[in-house]
Ligand binder design. Structure first.
Ligand code: 5GP
Length: 197
């Protein structure tokens, strides 16, 4: 993955549950005009209504996950809200080989590991404008039972405390504006302005 012939960058985007990151990323990449692919992670959590295996996540059993850990198939993995989530090496390598940059939508623990492994990684943190927004959005989404919702809310403050370690922070006030801001940021990351002579 350190092959200098591959121009792709690694980009991490994190944000607490309810920050809107999945929607923002899906919308930002949907036009297909940016040479970036989202890495599909593996998770042991059950699919939410509408989520598709191989699109939103690879939904694996805890046994399958443990075997892949043993075989060293993950670039990083973490336990989050009582479930396991991981980035497959082969997923990232495939996109880089195809000439794309890769966007990892991973939590703050994963971001920390990736930063150590790849000092060139660019990191983005997405947050909601206000603490109360996370609960509001999670309840509106209606995908979590009460216990899962409470676990996710309890983690929000901890995750926010990591935001300063990221290169960029985006505040998701308005979906269209945030998608536009992320697209502009991604373009700048891929095509940095030439240094002044
Ligand atoms: P959710 O269950 O809401 O889809 O995701 C829960 C958390 O897991 C989110 O913060 C998401 O970014 C994170 N996550 C998803 N995939 C991965 C992964 O492969 N590695 C790590 N470290 N976190 C992940």
């Amino acid at each position: 993955m350190n092959n200098s012939a591959t121009p792709g960058r690694l980009i991490v985007l994190s944000g607490p549950s309810g920050s809107g990151k999945s929607t923002v990323i899906a919308r930002a990449l949907a036009p297909g005009d940016l040479p970036i692919r989202r890495s599909v992670s593996v998770t042991t959590r059950p699919p939410r209504p509408g989520e598709q295996d191989g699109v939103d996540y690879y939904f694996w059993t805890p046994e399958q996950f443990a075997q892949a850990v043993q075989r060293g198939e993950f670039l990083e993995w973490a336990e989050i809200h009582g479930q396991r989530y991981g980035t497959l090496k082969r997923e990232v390598e495939r996109h880089l080989r195809d000439g794309y940059s890769v966007l990892l939508e991973i939590d703050v623990q994963g971001a920390r590991l990736i930063r150590q492994l790849f000092p060139d990684v660019v990191t983005i943190f997405l947050r909601a404008p206000d603490l109360a927004d996370y609960e509001h959005r999670l309840r509106q989404r209606g995908t979590e039972d009460e216990a899962s919702l409470q676990r996710r809310l309890a983690a929000v403050r901890q995750e926010l405390a990591e935001a300063d370690h990221y290169h960029y922070q985006l505040v998701n006030r308005d979906l269209d504006e945030t998608v536009a801001a992320l697209r502009a940021l991604l373009r700048r990351i891929l095509n940095p302005p030439a240094p002044k002579q």
